[in-house]
Design a protein around this ligand. Sequence first.
Ligand SMILES: *[C@@H]1O[C@H](CO)[C@@H](O)[C@H](O)[C@H]1NC(C)=O
Ligand SMILES: *[C@@H]1O[C@H](CO)[C@@H](O)[C@H](O)[C@H]1NC(C)=O
Ligand SMILES: *[C@@H]1O[C@H](CO)[C@@H](O)[C@H](O)[C@H]1NC(C)=O
Ligand SMILES: *[C@@H]1O[C@H](CO)[C@@H](O)[C@H](O)[C@H]1NC(C)=O
Ligand SMILES: *[C@@H]1O[C@H](CO)[C@@H](O)[C@H](O)[C@H]1NC(C)=O
Length: 391
Amino acid sequence: MWSEMKPILKSKSDDEADYFPSSPRKDWSINLMKFVSILVIFMTGLAIGLSLSGHLSRFYTSQTDLFFPRTTYAASCDGDCMSLQNFIKPPHLIHSMSDEELFWRASMVPKMEEYPFERVPKVAFMFMTRGPLPFAPLWDRFFKGHEGLYSVYVHTLPDYRLNVSMSSVFFGRQIPSEEVSWGSVTLVDAEKRLLANALLDFSNERFILLSESCIPVYNFPTVYEYLINSAHTFVESYDENTPQGRGRYSRRMAPKIQLYHWRKGSEWFELNRELAINIVAEYKYYSLFRKYCRPSCYPDEHYIPTYLNMFHGSLNANRSVTWVDWSRGGPHPATYGAPNVTVEFIRAIRNNGTFCMYNSRPTSICFLFARKFAPSALGPLLNLTSTVMDF
Ligand SMILES: *[C@@H]1O[C@H](CO)[C@@H](O)[C@H](O)[C@H]1NC(C)=O
Ligand SMILES: *[C@@H]1O[C@H](CO)[C@@H](O)[C@H](O)[C@H]1NC(C)=O
Ligand SMILES: *[C@@H]1O[C@H](CO)[C@@H](O)[C@H](O)[C@H]1NC(C)=O
Ligand SMILES: *[C@@H]1O[C@H](CO)[C@@H](O)[C@H](O)[C@H]1NC(C)=O
Ligand SMILES: *[C@@H]1O[C@H](CO)[C@@H](O)[C@H](O)[C@H]1NC(C)=O
């Protein structure tokens, strides 16, 4: 660039020099004027060159965005790439990091306790779906008016594009995703990928995993206060002496993981930031699950419950905040559709008269979310939000 620009400028300045009639007194002032004009022309040329290259790179970026959305990470920061703002809250979710690179970056913890910015803790709502989100309108209503207190992340099949309006909380919230197959370790990989992407935002403090068939049963302020002020994380973790519990343990995991460590629990976890970082950074036990928790073992039901039991048991409430109905037996829980959604039903999920522990005190609020609901339940649920769910 420099070698190309210099001769052009030189010939230009020679032309310009012709506009100044040469006087007999070729004194220093003429030399100064020449110098200044050369400088002005040079700076103008530089400015034009820079703005052109800026336009070109922006054009180039938008083209690559369109065709290779995975490769725009390097070009995706606007203006000051090194600003604190870009570091603590990356403006785009799309990046080209591999899981290995992403997990490494997401596991970083600042050594300073004070933040150089006002940190309002947020709840990260992480949705794991193959594709569509039938309850997006219900969630949009749930989040309305609470901007700044939540973040949304969506993991889909790699090629799926969510079709939501620009005003939806789900707009532009898909993370770079990979193939997931039910019951395999790829589900744990997707969970870690969601956690890691959410950890890049330093204000995210609580991390809740949800599916496309989950709904909220309390309003946002209740959910926010409940999670942010909890001393415990909500991961179901129990010991079950059945073929579907202890029966899935493999002796080949010993001596690092013993049968008495082994726990089972629902995949739909809620974690605080500290534990989320530990899980994203953890590889030793994960690799044992990857090798030996198969087939018919379901790592997503055992890895996090077992790992927390081994190292962070006292931080866990050992119960889930997502209601589910297993009462009918079989490998899948009951699914509720339009005819099942009534005021009484939702009221019973919110409070059925039983108590659970919250910060070591009994409470009647045990579940904040519920599953599974069929898409047909959307209409009746939207009808109930103001009367039962208070949003
Ligand atoms: C996206 O959603 C809109 C509104 O629901 C619909 O009209 C449109 O056909 C959808 N586009 C695709 C590609 O599915
Ligand atoms: C959850 O289980 C762990 C054992 O893994 C236990 O130490 C902890 O006290 C339990 N949490 C609560 C809130 O009871
Ligand atoms: C939902 O309602 C239908 C029709 O009343 C009923 O057949 C079905 O068992 C109900 N499902 C559940 C999970 O209660
Ligand atoms: C209330 O819900 C809990 C959790 O689903 C269940 O174990 C309990 O049996 C229910 N109690 C009543 C009275 O329905
Ligand atoms: C919503 O409630 C109104 C009035 O109760 C009722 O007419 C309508 O059918 C309901 N819509 C759905 C989708 O349930």
